[in-house]
Design a protein around this ligand. Structure first.
Ligand SMILES: O=C(O)CCC(=O)C(=O)O
Ligand SMILES: [Fe+2]
Length: 358
């Protein structure tokens, strides 16, 4: 999450608006192998699939906060370009998902257009695994900011993956070996703007309900608007079933994606979330966010992992096992099923560990 200075530019998150009770986990404590902190993180990743990661008090975390502030400024700049300029850098689905996706390109639940503008960057292109594209000036002129962002995000991501692996009684590199930074993947950075909800009558959903398809997401936003669907309410998506996530200075919002649910046999949880208009006076402000959406390596095996505390495939007919499928094909199939309406957006995971009754 951004620094306290960035938060001071906006009205505070209203005191009378309830928000989800997410655990706040300390990066510094995780780095010193604090058992309680690791346990709290693992529990959150199983129960709701979201937690706050406090970056303060650790050198890497504090450097990452600075990177986030810088990338949020760049996000503002690239969103301020003219529509004419933006049209030069549009995404070209299904092949090329990097570039601008303009306001209103997706439909929200009411079939009205969405209310978010975003620009996707590919990690492979930023770190030279693929040849770099022609970037719009605010990005081309600031590439070191993204290099620094990725460099500081990596040890944080690795730490989260290590803690999750050891929580399952697996060797620490287990989850990470499926998403090494040196392997090609669809990992991206999403820079997003949801314009102020003015006139205040325009209170539509900004970003449609979804789960993140990848492994782990590191999210930074400053004002409210992100909502998660309560775990108990997967079947009835009424207004009361959505809970706000309250952003906090120096804290990342971390969430688990679908790939981790698949590998963990349904134990880790990927929870549905969306972006709506920010609460109270915050709705009068443009909302910017930066999401690092980490994906499995394109050639990662998507079968459930074996051993440790994962429920055995043999005694368990509950979860699909994507026999022999590699991540690139798995991701493709999932996206197509959603687009063609064969699958619906739903939270997955949250099952007990092997031998555990809950
Ligand atoms: O902007 C946010 O707070 C959430 C964005 C998000 O869910 C995503 O980019 O997948
Ligand atoms: Fe998301």
């Amino acid at each position: 999450m951004a620094s306290a200075t960035k938060f001071s530019h906006y009205p505070p998150f209203p005191k009378d608006v309830p928000s989800a009770a997410l655990s706040k986990v300390s990066l510094a404590k995780l780095f010193t192998n604090d058992v309680d902190e690791a346990k709290a993180m693992f529990e959150s990743c199983r129960s709701i699939g979201f937690f706050l990661l406090d970056l303060s008090g650790h050198e890497i975390g504090e450097a990452f906060v600075q990177d986030i502030d810088r990338v949020l400024d760049i996000t503002k700049d690239i969103m301020a370009l003219s529509d004419e300029k933006k049209l030069e850098y549009l995404t070209k689905p299904p092949k090329r998902l990097v570039g601008y996706e303009l306001l209103g390109s997706m439909k929200i639940e009411t079939i009205q257009p969405d209310r978010c503008d975003f620009f996707m960057l590919s990690r492979d292109e930023l770190n030279g695994l693929e040849s770099p594209p022609d970037y719009p000036p605010p990005i081309a002129d600031n590439l070191p900011a993204f290099t620094s962002y990725l460099a500081h995000a990596q040890p944080i991501l690795e730490l989260i993956c290590r803690v999750l692996s050891t929580s399952f009684d697996w060797p620490p590199p287990t989850f990470l070996s499926k998403q090494p930074v040196t392997s090609k993947s669809s990992t991206s950075i999403r820079l997003m703007k949801c314009p102020a909800a003015t006139p205040l009558a325009d209170l539509r959903i900004s970003l449609v309900p979804h789960t993140d398809m990848g492994t782990i997401t590191l999210l930074a936003n400053v004002i409210g608007g992100l909502e998660i669907l309560r775990p108990s309410s997967s079947n009835g998506e009424t207004k009361d079933n959505w809970e706000h996530v309250k952003p906090e200075p120096n804290c990342l919002i971390v969430n688990v994606g679908d790939a981790m649910v698949q590998w963990s046999g349904g134990v880790l949880r990927s929870n549905v979330h969306r972006v709506t208009y920010p609460p109270g006076a915050q709705a009068n402000h443009d909302r910017f966010s930066v999401a690092y959406l980490v994906r499995a390596a394109a050639d990662a095996d998507m079968r459930r992992l074996n051993g440790g505390l994962i429920p055995d495939v043999e005694v368990d007919g509950d979860v699909d096992d994507e026999v022999g499928m590699l991540a690139a094909e798995w991701e493709n199939r999932k996206s197509m099923a959603l687009i063609q309406g064969k699958d619906r957006v739903k939270s997955t995971g949250g099952r007990p560990l092997k031998g555990e009754t809950r």
